[in-house]
Design a protein around this ligand. Sequence first.
Ligand code: CA
Length: 233
Amino acid sequence: MILHYFSAMRILLVEDETSIANFIRDGLEEEGFAVDVADNGKKGLQMALDYLDEYDLILLDWMLPGLNGIEICRAIRKENQQVPVIFLTAKDTVDDAVFGLEAGANDYIRKPFAFEEMLARIRVLLRNHSGEQTVFRYGTIELNVEQHRVTRRKQPVDLTQKEFALLEFLLRNKGKVGRRTRIIEKVWDIHFDHDTSVIDVYINALRKKLDDPGAESFIQTIRGVGYRINDDK
Ligand code: CA
């Protein structure tokens, strides 16, 4: 039970219609989520702001007594840009949907909806939000995808776009051999029809910029196949 509690994601549901709130809460709890319910706008905003770091996702009804979903979403976004927010709405014009997204929601679901559809969208958002790794390391080398920045021994290293992309590919696939054809597909583009020896030029540039002088290169050559960064560091 304790393990289950710690591994659960916590969701705040702000919904004033009891039957809908119960239906969503019961379904999500069966899926292993922890769910807190607020049945009016003011309470919802209060809970959101009091426990913002605790929630992995917020489900927000649009029409609520007290404050409406748009107002709550705007107030949440002032404090926290990260937490995924999904609107639940009976409104069904395109304009309304755009309005909801402009207020800072990540997605919206129109009532009535199938529980499975809502669950699928929740999972997509949670995966995008928490599952996507953006910092990769090997030894003293660190690559930060969001900041588009590479450092070695905490000092910034200038890389070209292609060098960066190649290093990112190898670090993402640490421990696996990056085959030449796959590197070309991923780092150049799928229709690149030049000789794959262009990769060697970029590998050499990465080695020059990032290897420790005199030491074995951090990028291994797998002869006739491709390149690899070990997952030993
Ligand atoms: Ca409502």
